[in-house]
Design a protein around this ligand. Structure first.
Ligand code: GDP
Ligand code: IMO
Ligand code: MG
Length: 427
């Protein structure tokens, strides 16, 4: 079972960190292939809670090599803060490797992310403000700064100069901000180079050789299917490919080496930031889901928007990612509802859609068609097998599974490692 991809099926925060940690003991490499410190993956181990942003969750599994691959955008300040924070808690981070091809988030891109959002006003995306979008835009515009550029000061200076020529015009003339000096950016980036150098390698080559040697590689996605820049709810998306295809381009591992695509999906739906969300609840049920599920962002602390499970999205995620297994999370949060609505299709201007509508306009106007499943009152957090669950919770799982297009391999009933019911082995 050489390469596995693990991605989010909805709008993020499905519990990818916990799922990755759960597999961490059985894999040799855990690779972050997209995004940056816009992600927030919480892992609970015993009494300890870790909130990871830039580091792959495999950093917490002692036998694992954590890899930050070429598709990631790296805020070097955050990288070393996270490393220091973990080391101070006794976590060994010495195996971490970083791709020479990954792009770095320069200070001007953090500024641009924030001022652009302010400028957009009511049309804003609701980004995390970490400079993710502007850094990926630079990559596509071919004016980005890569990790390897830090090893050649002359090249680095030339690249920063080139990028700032236009950006300073925009900062000063459009946004009325101070110009950024080339020196300050170069100095800031070079302040990390000595600590960074020993971690940097050709991660594509490393992973290719590892697979040849029969090692197991887990590719851990940040964000999720509906935040993918191509397949998500554009423009209310992040700026990378968070679907399984992004795992190939973002790591240098080709598609024919990938054996499994695991999609993590919540037993209900949440979203942070702006954009359409058909099953969103603006009532007491939404508040109850938020309170019971502790639905506040790991990265920005923003309250997450909450709504019911959407099987149209699940089927879409199955199709776009080639999902072979679903990991269902947070079933425990649904305890106490008499009936639980599940969205099986949409209606747009009187027309039924069983698949995602082709246009964003239709998706914005989609209203959910619900089926109502019987709820349960029992606390699920101490259940350890499928048979321990109340009958209606079992039925809820099997009904969702039948609607979603791929088998459910495990079910989460709490944040702890032990609070997972295995339905069939993932590895
Ligand atoms: P990620 O971004 O996909 O890694 O997800 P987050 O870590 O941002 O959000 C998921 C949250 O739910 C975290 O706080 C997890 O500890 C927690 N969590 C994961 N699985 C379960 C579960 O089955 N039940 C409950 N109650 N919490 C869970
Ligand atoms: P994890 O990996 C949930 C959202 C932001 C915003 C949009 C664009 O924890 O699931 P960006 O800063 O990426 O340009 O913001 O994407 N977003 C996330 N929402 N979970 C995440 O990551 C997210 N990363 C970005 O809220 O709507
Ligand atoms: Mg998260």
């Amino acid at each position: 079972m050489p390469a596995l991809v693990l991605i989010g099926a909805q709008w993020g925060d499905e519990g990818k960190g916990k799922a990755t940690d759960q597999l961490g003991g059985s894999v040799d490499y855990v690779v972050k292939f997209n995004g940056g410190n816009n992600a927030g993956h919480t892992v609970v181990i015993g009494d300890d809670t870790y909130a990871l942003h830039l580091l792959p969750s495999g950093i917490l599994s002692p036998g694992c090599v954590p890899v930050i691959a070429n598709g990631v955008v790296i805020d070097l300040g955050v990288l070393f803060q996270e490393i220091e924070g973990l080391e101070a808690r006794g976590v060994d981070t010495s195996k971490l490797v970083v791709s020479a091809d990954a792009h770095v988030i320069a200070s001007y891109n953090r500024v641009l992310d924030k001022v652009t959002e302010r400028f957009l006003g009511s049309r804003k995306i609701g980004t995390t403000g970490r400079g993710i979008g502007p850094t990926y835009a630079d990559k596509m515009n071919r004016v980005g700064v890569r990790v390897q550029d830090l090893f050649d000061e002359k090249i680095l200076r030339a690249k920063v100069e080139g990028a700032l020529e236009l950006k300073n015009q925009v900062l000063v003339k459009v946004y009325n901000r101070k110009a950024v000096t080339v020196d300050s950016v170069v100095e800031d980036l070079l302040s990390y180079v000595d600590r960074l150098r020993p971690m940097v390698c050709d991660t594509g080559l490393l992973l290719g050789q590892a697979l040849d040697a029969g090692k197991t590689v887990l590719l851990e996605g940040g964000q999720a299917t509906l935040l993918d820049v191509d397949h998500g709810t554009y423009p209310f998306v992040t700026s990378s490919n968070a679907t399984s295809g992004g795992a190939c381009t973002g790591s240098g591992i080709p598609p024919n080496r990938i054996d499994k695509v695991i999609a993590v999906i919540k037993a209900y739906t949440t979203r942070v930031g702006e954009g359409p969300f058909p099953t969103e609840l603006d009532d007491g049920d939404g508040e109850r889901l938020r309170a019971n599920g502790h639905e506040y962002g790991t990265t920005t602390g923003r309250p997450r928007r909450c709504g019911w499970y959407d099987a149209v999205i699940a089927r879409y995620a199955t199709r776009v990612n080639g999902v072979t297994d679903f990991v269902l999370t947070k079933l425990d949060v649904l305890t106490g509802w008499d009936k639980i609505p599940v969205c099986v299709a949409y209606e747009v201007d009187g027309v039924r859609f069983d698949e995602m509508p082709m246009t964003q306009t239709d998706f914005h106007h989609a209203t959910p068609v619900y089926e109502y499943l019987d709820g349960w009152t029992e606390d699920l957090t101490t259940c350890r097998t499928f048979e321990d669950l109340p009958k209606n919770a079992q039925l809820y799982i099997r009904t969702l599974e039948a609607m979603s297009g791929a088998p459910f391999s495990s079910v989460g009933v709490g944040p702890g490692r032990e609070q997972t019911l295995e339905l069939r082995p993932l590895l």
